[in-house]
Design a protein around this ligand. Structure first.
Ligand SMILES: NC(=O)c1ccc[n+]([C@@H]2O[C@H](COP(=O)([O-])OP(=O)(O)OC[C@H]3O[C@@H](n4cnc5c(N)ncnc54)[C@H](OP(=O)(O)O)[C@@H]3O)[C@@H](O)[C@H]2O)c1
Length: 235
């Protein structure tokens, strides 16, 4: 079976940042795209902005018990991107259990429940990409929960790739994505960190979308963790 010509694509967390860019990439190429965000009206509005054959679904991955119901209108998916995140500050010194529980639930139980719900509707050649992040390797003050879940995403894809085969599961671990909404206004910080990369350049949203497309389409790649950071980890 070959890679689908116009794959149907679902982006969990497609209303902003990297998820929006992934959705737009495939919508511009004629794919049927579904994006999710927490608020139905806002998500429908963003789906119009994405354009093409795109629609929105309201879904909160921090409430995994409701995921199956929220996704019931989806008939078939070729490519699944699990991108959703809530910005989180938590440290082991001032530990907030409720915040920790929420991010762990989102990225580990929520992501898994989405995969569990959808894999029977995923076609031959189907592929999923989960988003972790470089905080797993490079903790920073307040990253305790994010470091933990991003590290766990690295292992989660391995069990999903084995248990939900033939769907392929891979992960992307972005470093700082310099033009993403989370970072683009922090120009001084970006400049300082760019100096510490071998090429003087951090990765961009376009670099990440390109990598997602590679992981979706290259059928030889399964169960791998791909770091996209402009080589920042080397220095
Ligand atoms: N940007 C970076 O530099 C960077 C670095 C390392 C890792 N990453 C990883 O890359 C991914 C994308 O990051 P980003 O910066 O593009 O994120 P972002 O701009 O903050 O977008 C997050 C998306 O997740 C959705 N979302 C938030 N909470 C949700 C919930 N409880 N349930 C369902 N959806 C929810 C948001 O939609 P609504 O607000 O509409 O609900 C939005 O679409 C994340 O997994 C992040 O950990 C990014």
């Amino acid at each position: 079976m070959t890679t689908p010509n116009k794959p149907s694509v679902l982006v969990i967390g497609g209303t902003g940042g990297i998820g929006f860019a992934i959705a737009k990439f495939y919508a511009d190429r004629g794919s049927k795209v579904v994006i999710t965000g927490r608020d139905a009206e806002r998500t429908a509005g963003v789906a119009k902005e994405v354009g093409g054959d795109t629609r929105g679904i309201a879904l909160d991955v921090a409430e995994p018990e409701r995921v199956e119901e929220a996704l019931k209108s989806i008939e078939h998916i070729d490519y699944l991107a699990l991108v959703a995140v809530e910005r989180d500050y938590n440290s082991a010194r001032e530990y907030d259990i409720a915040r920790a529980r929420r991010i762990v639930t989102m990225k580990l139980i929520g992501y898994t429940e989405v995969a569990h719900s959808l894999y029977p509707r995923m076609g031959a050649g189907a592929s999923a990409v989960l988003f972790g992040g470089l905080a797993s390797e490079r903790p920073y003050p307040g990253s305790t929960s994010i470091t933990t879940v991003n590290g766990a995403v690295s292992s989660l894809i391995r069990t999903l790739a084995v248990e939900l085969a033939p769907v392929r599961f891979n992960a992307i671990h972005p470093g700082i994505i310099s033009d993403s909404p989370a970072w683009r206004d922090k120009t001084d910080a970006i400049k300082n960190i760019e100096k510490r990369t071998p090429g003087g350049r951090l990765a961009t949203t376009g670099d990440v979308v390109h990598s997602v497309d590679f992981l979706f389409t290259n059928r030889g790649v399964n169960g791998i963790n791909l770091v996209i950071d402009g080589g920042w980890l080397l220095t």
